[in-house]
Design a protein around this ligand. Sequence first.
Ligand code: HEM
Length: 527
Amino acid sequence: MLRVITVKQALRASSQLAATRNPEACSYVQQIASEWETAKPFKEIPGPTRWQLFRGFQKGGQYHQLEMNEVMRLHKQQFGDISLVPGLFGMPSTVVLFNEESFERVYRTEGQWPIRGGSEPVIHYRSNRKDKFFKDCIGLFSNGVDWGKQRSAVNPVLMQHRNVAVYLKPMQRVNHQFVQHIREIRDQESKEVPGDFLNSVKQLTFESVATVALDKELGLLRETNQPPKARKLFKNIEVLMESFFVLGVRPSIYKYISTPTYRKFSQAMDELFDTCSTYVNEAIDRIEKKSAQGNSKDYKSVLEQLLQVDRKFATVMAMDMLIGGVDTTTSAISGLLLNLAKNPEKQQRLREEVLSKLPSLDRDFTMEDLKSLPYLRAFIKESMRVYPVTFANVRSAGTDIVLDGYRIPRGTHLIMTNSFLLNDERIYPRANEFIPERWLRQKDVKEDSSDVLMNKNTSSFIYLPFGFGPRLCVGKRIVDLELELTLSNLVRNFKIEYKHPIENPFKCTFIFMPRIPLNFKFTDLKY
Ligand code: HEM
């Protein structure tokens, strides 16, 4: 109880502080506050009743077997730009938002320590571990002051450009292994990789995140002799993510009685914890040995810098990076591959840009090279528009706020379904087409190109693949590097095709994951 009051007080203080520091924010908050009196009451927000919701998910009901985004689409059709989903079985009631003006209001009033729900299973596990390991360090999936302290400690390490450059070489090594892996697993006649290629993409993203989080290549992209410890860690992340989704979005009594899904989740968390602790300890030994031999480098790896805060912090951050970084990046790379295959002309334009910087396969990218590849960046941006990674972003209202004409009390759970607007013709003309050119700056548009600058997006609160504000994805810099390297290495090595139907290729488990087999055809390019 004491803790809840403290966080509430802190939150109030933080929004007041933010408002007094920034006059623009202050007038924005005042403008919204002035609407409160005349706004409609919270209880009038349209939406299904508890019974309609419960009944809807049963066999024969309107939501039965629908994916989360389809349920929300139905709500938009039935109730308009705002609806209230009543909480069932211990889940909080949630307001679902569909327009960018509401997103902007939520983000601009979220305060210094924005609250993001949906991570309760992680928080519950960490708060209830018998050894109290996480007592003062619950990680980045927590909220309030605890989150604020940890985020302030990790930002200078993970969000710094200089630190990311340290990973250029190790990530390129992982990328070369991936290219080699494709050559090994593809059918030598048809050049198609097996349908379960998603697993290989996951291994790539897992290796790349581990390179940063654990300062180590785990060897998962090897065809043989994959270390059992690494295989186990990989498997645990898979189990953990599956059960995390189920516990996070479906009604469950796991907080009161340990359900089979929660047991699966907590066992995977236990093993993730054990393995990450072992790897972190190994890294400490390596680092100590090196410095005893006088081999310490002039730069410090992310793990070394996190260890300077303390060992516990480094272990928790390693776990959070693995939880946050594998499925998301896998989804993004799957989308990139599909867009490459569906758009051979765009693929060729991208290849030409990459080869103009690096004509020879023997040479690797430098940070300087990556800076001057505008089409590569535009390609990635457009790919995450066409195939977004996450369905929505989540917040609790940071203050009393009026949204779409209704009063929303502070602390109300909110889902901002920005992925629906990403293919809205009013915002992105020719929205169903893949046009990286819409993201190019005028100076980079080819003069003879028939593509005009098409990005008419007037609100900066729609295209937010990495979220917004102080809670922006902490892995963003790492992902940028990883996606740029992966995409450019793939197009300079292969022509990429997909010879099978591509219809509705992603399923929505909050993160969009491919539902179709990813048996791409990778043909070697001859230089
Ligand atoms: C394409 C890949 C990725 C996408 C699209 C993505 C997207 C996101 C989004 C939307 C959020 C929530 C932001 C908000 O609440 O405003 C988030 C948070 C987070 N991401 Fe990522 N992410 C990606 C990759 C990564 C990677 C590689 C890592 C780790 C190295 C990572 C670690 C995290 C963590 C720890 C958080 C929680 C941060 C916090 O609340 O302080 N993510 N990500």
